[in-house]
Design a protein around this ligand. Structure first.
Ligand code: 13P
Length: 252
């Protein structure tokens, strides 16, 4: 059976002391909440990884970086490699977020390399995909998502693919307050699971966790998570306050 996951993506928010405080609050809340039905992860800036790792208990909260480099090491000033991320104690990395694709020109090919390097370093990958508003209006959203997934993930063998979590994040719903309806999200999640079944078979497709991201909040999480193919969320704005984040964690 696949597991449910709620992961925070803090993006470029919080100083290190603020982030440590937030991580402590989340970890304490998860530890004290009865019967949580999902794995909880915080995705934090590179600068925060080591400090946050020290204050969370991995039995309750996993740790993700928000990116890693497309090289292992060397003369790449300012970059942070997958082995460096792993050495902080992080167990996940978020790759292919639309903000990375859009603002930093990350291509499908580059993400394929990043996925390989992350897996080689022992990290699990939360791989983001999703269409823009123009692409949805033009009716090309299924093709866009398929290309992103096929191009960066389908070279993996079945064992490696078992370390992948997919996050569907329609770009038009990120930070806009506009959420995909639960039916819209379910339609895409079912489509993605169908792609996985064609490539890897029904069992692996069934075992893969597929998250929804985009203006997910305590007030809409339960309706989204009730859909058969929505296995949790990747949460931006609402992951920056422990109380809001917990409202989503407990929405199952
Ligand atoms: P918001 O929850 O702020 O819309 O962001 C979603 C997101 O991009 C998570 O990766």
């Amino acid at each position: 059976m696949r597991k449910n996951i709620v992961a925070g993506n803090w993006k470029m928010n919080t100083t290190v002391p603020e982030g440590v405080q937030l991580a402590k609050e989340v970890c304490m809340a998860v530890a004290q909440a009865p019967g949580i039905k999902c794995e909880v992860i915080v995705g934090v800036p590179f600068t925060h990884l080591t400090a946050v790792n020290e204050v969370i208990d991995k039995n309750y909260v996993g740790l993700a970086a928000e990116n890693c480099a497309d090289h292992v090491k060397g003369a790449y000033t300012g970059e942070v490699s997958a082995p460096m991320v792993a050495s902080t104690g992080a167990n996940y990395v978020i790759l292919g977020h639309s903000e990375r694709r859009g603002y930093y020109n990350e291509t499908i090919e580059m993400l394929k390399t990043k996925v390989d390097l992350a897996l080689e370093a022992g990290l699990k990958v939360i791989f983001c995909c999703g269409e823009s508003l123009d692409e949805r209006k033009a009716g090309t959203h299924f093709d866009v998502i398929k290309n992103e997934i096929v191009g960066s993930l389908f070279h993996l063998d079945a064992e490696a693919f078992g370390k992948i979590v997919i996050a569907y994040e329609p770009i038009w719903a990120i930070g806009t307050g506009e959420t995909a309806t639960a039916d819209q999200a379910q339609e895409i999640h079912a489509f993605i699971r169908g792609l996985l079944a064609e490539q890897y078979g029904a069992q692996i497709a069934d075992d893969t966790t597929i998250l929804y991201g985009g203006s997910c909040k305590p007030s809409n999480a339960a309706e989204l998570f009730a859909k058969p193919d929505i296995d949790g969320g990747l949460i931006g704005g609402a992951s920056l306050k422990a109380q809001d984040f917990m409202g989503i964690v407990t929405a199952f």
